[in-house]
Design a protein around this ligand. Sequence first.
Ligand code: CMX
Length: 435
Amino acid sequence: MDILKQKFHTKSAALKAELKAIVKEHGDHKIDEVKIEQLIGGMRSVKSMIWDTSSLDPEEGIRFRGYNIPELREKLPKVPGGKEPLPEGLFWLMMVGELPTEDEVRWLSKEWERRGKVPQSVYDTLDSLPVSTHPMTQFSIGILSMQHESVFSESYEEGMSRDDYWDAMYEDSMNMIAKLPHIAAYIYRRTFKNGVTIASKENFDWGGNFAHILGFDNKDFYALMRLYLTIHADHEGGNASAHTMHLVGSTLSDVYYSFSASMNALAGPLHGLANQEVIKWIFEMVEELKTNRPTKDQIRAYIHKTLDEGKVVPGYGHAVLRQPDPRFLAQKKFAEDNIENDPIVNIVWDLFEIVPQVLGELGKVKNPWPNVDAHSGALLVHYGLTEYSFYTVLFGVSRALGVCAGLCWDRALGLALERPKSITTDFLKAFIAKN
Ligand code: CMX
């Protein structure tokens, strides 16, 4: 058994026993109540699932196993001489709750390199789709087309014991994560670069190699990719892509079914697709104003126009956060450290000053601050990755780390089939009349 799997098994078996005892002793204690506004308003803040890999505080933002983003940037292993954390290290942390050593992270990079070969049938499936197919659709189909390789599904069919679910889920998760950059890069190159693909570098890290096979051989872009893949990985369990993974996986669907579904949730413009929408909206502004150095008054007027047309300002607002997203701030810091006077980055920074004022004046937006998607596109554009319909795929490759770690834990803890209770509007009206 490999070193990560061994540690995961020891830790998860202990927590499983603890949870069993908690249910036995405290199972009937209430932890939350549901208001009618939550029932109708997308279940905001209803405490209803276990998710240990990260947790989100409305004021402070995300912590991964207790570490915030500045702490991760400092403490996670890096490439020699590098400044940004390796996403492999974050996966290790989410899986076992401990910061990995340099050796452990190097082992994981090698392990994903070893498991990374994508079956030709996946590329053939992708090639059967029109190149105009949205990259997220291609990504979801590419993931699902690997399902026949699932160790979990095969073992289940052969009569696997419930005690072994975690083991098969670990194998599937490691295999799939290793392959995702290759599938994503293939989609990028077939869609935007005439199908000319680039061979992997040997003995390279997962994020650095992803940047390389996308076609961006620049050490700052490698660093950006490592940071990007780290900060997008997880945002506790209730967001749409994580919750979808958890829900679909709870039926004992394997990682390929679950993650393909998760990516279909990420593809919505109120969730991950917002990263494409932000840059599209900025490009449209630049085109309409015929300048990539608009004044603040011009930007303010453009925001008002967007709102007057009944649209949302992409990249702003959040269902849980009530402060600027630390993932936005981490990307801003990266730009401050590495990029000088880039017009699109400057627009993003001007928006950061103006949008919260405008949204605040509306009086209804609970969080007028930027989220992760408000900054990511400007950094990618700076390094030449301008094809914004691909951006959500990058988010998806990163999100796999958090939701796969989550799914391994779900199966290791023996969490149940998810099945909340729905009610009819007649039931609701009768309840109100009675109470
Ligand atoms: N622009 C305009 N109006 C906004 C807004 C924005 N960015 N954010 C919220 N509002 C509006 C809502 O549409 C809602 O209006 P109505 O009452 O007229 O329906 C009102 O403000 C209250 O909404 P809220 O409680 O503040 O926000 P929600 O929890 O309902 O929604 C979110 C959260 C993210 C869907 C919303 O802020 C939004 O649409 N933002 C733009 C899209 C975006 O950036 N999504 C990415 C989120 C991060 C991610 O998942 O990647």
